[in-house]
Design a protein around this ligand. Sequence first.
Ligand SMILES: *Cc1c(COP(=O)(O)O)cnc(C)c1O
Length: 427
Amino acid sequence: MNSYQQPDASGHFGPYGGSFVSETLTHAIQELREAYARYQNDPEFLAEFHYELKHFVGRPSPIYHAARTSREMGGAQIYLKREDLNHTGAHKINNVIGQAMLAKRMGKPRVIAETGAGQHGVATATICARYGLECVVYMGAEDVKRQSPNVYRMKLLGATVVPVESGSKTLKDALNDAMRDWVANVDNTFYIIGTVAGPHPYPMMVRDFQSVIGKECIEQMPSMLAEQKVLGQQPDAVIACVGGGSNAMGIFHPYIPFEKTRLIGVEAAGEGLESGKHSASLQKGSAGVLHGNRTFILQDDNGQITETHSISAGLDYPGVGPEHAWLQEIGRAEYVGITDQEALDAFHYLCRTEGIIPALESSHAVAYAMKLAKTMRPDQSILVNLSGRGDKDIGTVADLSGADFYCRPSCQGQSVKGGEQPIKVVK
Ligand SMILES: *Cc1c(COP(=O)(O)O)cnc(C)c1O
């Protein structure tokens, strides 16, 4: 096994990463690298970052022992890192604060972002409102239609949402338009990327901002484990869902030196890893260049990006951060798949067993933890990154389950009974 290293000066994690951008962006990227190098260890910058995380986000987020779930699985103790309790309801806010602070220091009054389901757009619009930055969010026209509550949230927060009408009118088209905007407006514009992808330094920088998650866990776990008389100081396994890979890198990275702790990333297996309808870039993809870096991507024989599928919009991405490709190659992290149905089952299970409505993305990690726990002993432990809350997903879940979310006339005046099992994806 190769040993883990920081990326080299050009942002390579082994053969992955780097910076594949047009010449017009080379200068902007260089400027960003220099700014990040200057501030990443600057005491004043870090103090402000931690002040924001504490007072605006509500950190540290707690770790919760899912006692009933653990008991019912009959194996390892399951713990949840509660990123769902952050302001705006997910881990994404950690990263956008760091990048917006850089934008201010670089004298860029205008911020752009791209968004698929709208979660990164909402986080970006939030921090731009807080810092008085102009905010423009590119979003595929299809996604604008599908995610109207998030579009309205961004508007309430003062952002301009630009519907992208080209191509398939989804995330990858929004990305292209955001890039085009950046090329045209580099002088006054900062591009906030929402995951550990993009050209160097983004994958490293976003990981560093999100690493607050894992650093807190390392401090919180010893006393949590002692309470339940679990062996060891740190969990036997850490599990996180992987879309672009930022919540996973955020919890994995500080754990890399803890070699007894398994790191397990959960990709969206959609309708099954063999169905062709999934978003499992690491398990079913191959090396290629996407969004400015070399990584594992889902592509056909001609190198065309293939259609992806997942029940959860946040995992529906044909690539993955380059550091995950590297961690998989050197064997420090393992990557597994959870299907739509398994994620939906875990979603309902957590709602009713722990009183927590998880994001559908996070439900993938919960589902794998429940499977793995059964193969382990009660004096062992699993830590799951609960990346976000599920309020945004209740409409999707209701539709998929054939439930009457809006309580239309058919159910008015009747008592509504919850919790019927089993709930199946209705196709
Ligand atoms: C966006 C999102 C994800 C996926 O993004 P990563 O970069 O892989 O973390 C996962 N969970 C939630 C709640 C999200 O909003």
